[in-house]
Design a protein around this ligand. Structure first.
Ligand SMILES: [Zn+2]
Length: 125
């Protein structure tokens, strides 16, 4: 399975848990030690990392964001390339919201509404 790190997710914290890996463990009820999910990696000093998995169908390409266990080497903003993870890795779906994108979208809608309203006003008078 090919995945890629999500950048800019560090400030984001999980619901009711202090760390993403605690949240991950609780959701799958994992008690045993976990190793890094990267295909060849055996490190056990892991974090809960945000990754994107890409999907393609005939119409479009899209991605979903998941939490998986990764070591500091593989959960790193400088580690930008796509990488393979172990096939038995459990993916915890995470509806990571890009707030910057949403704010930008609303500013554009707001400006369009103002533009349309001022246009209507010009027409009326
Ligand atoms: Zn690793």
């Amino acid at each position: 399975m090919l995945v890629q790190n999500v950048s800019g997710s560090a400030g984001h914290s999980p619901p009711k848990y202090r760390t993403w890996i605690q949240y991950y463990r609780s959701q799958f009820k994992i008690k045993h030690a976990l190793t890094c999910a990267e295909y060849n990696c055996t490190r056990t000093d892991i974090h809960g990392a945000h990754i994107n998995k890409y999907y393609f169908n005939y119409i479009k390409a899209y991605h979903k964001t998941y939490i998986i266990p990764l070591c500091p080497k593989h959960n790193n903003p400088n580690f930008k390339q796509s990488f393979y993870i172990k096939c038995n890795t459990k993916l915890l779906e995470c509806n990571y919201i890009n707030y910057n994108f949403i704010i930008k979208k609303y500013i554009i809608i707001y400006l369009l509404v103002i533009l349309i309203l001022s246009y209507i006003k010009i027409k009326l008078y």
